[in-house]
Design a binder for this molecule. Structure first.
Ligand code: 5AD
Ligand code: SF4
Length: 444
């Protein structure tokens, strides 16, 4: 068992978990290959958040069944949330599978793969203590490092499968995180993104998330710090002050609202009201004037009526998020809402979702148009995939910016004048010579 093909589905947490798995496999003498045909084992790191995510993986497993007919020695594994969600049932359902391993089983992945070569293996125990804090992930060669600060979730939103697939909330120790950030910076990463299901509820040994941001802000080589995704109920004044005062913490927060109807929010068990969310937005905007805010919304939650939906549209017009991820509700087994009758038809969910998309598209477009003529500070990531003559990177507010290739290497900061815009991208031209120090400081 030497060569492993790993494919990642779902959220950034899974991307980070894949980097963790690669680190574990490589330390055991295994190596990663680019194509499943070259592999002794294939692993799909999966997502269970919506039914569609699981269907994609089941389709992919069908393809691996063909591969296995040609190479019966091939070990096929499913890792991540879907593995945890379906557990041993997955082994029965998909005969092609040899290994099912949940998010707390990665420490022993090499051994599990070896065992799976001799018969089906399921490792789906959730472990309240496993944080992988001591394990070094193998980061990609990007300018951005995703650093998991917390695993699991204790919020139990009634629609969400994550507390069942990733188990209880656990925070990594501050010292482990500081070491990970220092290593990433030493390896050339210039932007750190702290990851957690409710990242701002990170706490360890008397330290809170504001302390973590302040600690990262002092680490040499780090130019930018971000985090995702916070829970609105846990946005503290200390966090807002840290954002305002730490010059390297970028002015963008992805703050999922889910619905603007208090009735729906209560049924979702989100633990805040719209008024509370409004208050958080007002404080963030007052403390960090250039801040960009983005969100997640769900259309067609059980019991959501036309008035609830209208309330969400109305609040979108009021708050004017810079961007939003918009989803149709998908009933997930194990969750509380799964037991409730679905009151919104698929067609109606689709109609509501389309209305949300259209409105947000217009607002994002207007906000982007308003940036034409302004200067954005861009952290260069590399050459555009579609147009090799273009460089791309993110603005301070996490907008994608493309501009003519002026030879700036990845990891440098450029001032870019915006000359055009679409609702998802800013188009610019470089406005100065390359540098590697922040140009703008905010707060203290
Ligand atoms: N159906 C639809 N969307 C969901 N999300 C989480 N669970 C579900 C579900 N069952 C969305 C939420 C969350 C984002 C990551 O995915 O908006 O913030
Ligand atoms: Fe799911 Fe809610 Fe936890 Fe987010 S906070 S992972 S939506 S249960």
């Amino acid at each position: 068992m030497k060569r492993v093909f790993l494919e990642t589905y779902g959220c950034q947490m899974n991307v980070a978990d894949s980097e963790l798995m690669i680190g574990v496999l490589e330390r055991a003498g295994m190596s990663l290959v680019e194509r499943p045909e070259e592999a002794d084992a294939v692993i799909l790191n999966t997502c269970a958040i919506r039914e569609h995510a699981e269907q994609r993986v089941l389709g992919r497993l069908g393809e691996f069944a063909h591969l296995k007919q040609r190479n019966p020695e091939l070990v096929v594994g499913v890792a991540g949330c879907m593995a945890q969600h379906l557990r041993a049932r997955l082994l029965e359902k998909k005969r092609v599978l040899d290994l099912v391993v949940g998010p707390d089983g990665y420490r022993d992945l090499p051994e599990l793969l070896r065992r799976a070569a001799h018969g089906p293996v399921a490792e789906v125990r959730l472990d309240r203590d496993e944080t992988y804090g001591d394990l070094e992930p193998r980061r990609g060669d990007s300018v951005r490092a995703w650093v998991t600060v917390q695993r699991g979730c204790d919020k139990f939103c009634s629609y969400c499968v994550v507390p069942y697939t990733r188990g209880r909330e656990r925070s990594l120790p501050l010292a482990d995180l500081v070491r990970q950030v220092e290593r990433a910076a030493a390896a050339g990463c210039r932007e750190i993104v702290f990851l957690g299901q409710t990242v701002n509820s990170w706490k360890h040994d008397g330290h809170d998330f504001a302390d973590l941001l302040r600690a990262a802000n002092d680490i040499e080589g780090v130019l930018r710090i971000r985090y995702t995704s916070p829970h609105p109920a846990d946005v503290s004044d200390r966090l807002i002050a840290a954002m305002a005062e730490c010059e390297r913490v970028m002015p963008h927060v992805h703050l999922p609202l889910q619905s603007a109807s208090d009735r729906v929010l209560a049924a979702m068990n989100r633990t805040y009201t719209l008024e509370r969310y409004r208050g958080v937005v007002a404080k963030l905007r007052a403390a960090v004037p250039e801040i960009a805010l983005t969100t997640d919304l769900i259309a067609g939650f059980p019991g959501e009526d036309e008035a609830d939906h209208r309330a969400t549209l109305e609040y979108m017009r009021e708050v004017r998020w810079d961007g939003a991820f918009l989803f149709k509700y998908s009933a997930r087994p194990d969750t509380k809402a799964h037991r409730w009758p679905e009151t919104v038809s698929e067609a109606e969910k689709g109609r509501r979702l389309a209305e949300l998309i259209e409105l947000q598209h217009g607002i994002s477009g207007e906000i982007h148009d308003g940036r034409i003529g302004r200067i954005e500070e861009v952290l260069v990531e590399g050459r555009g995939r579609r147009d090799g003559g273009q460089l791309f990177g993110k603005s301070r507010t996490f907008r994608t910016v493309v501009f003519g290739d002026d030879g700036s290497p990845p990891g440098t900061l450029r001032r870019v004048r915006v000359v055009g815009a679409t609702p998802v991208t800013l188009i610019g031209e470089s406005a100065d010579a390359p540098r590697s120090e922040p140009l703008v400081t905010i707060g203290g």
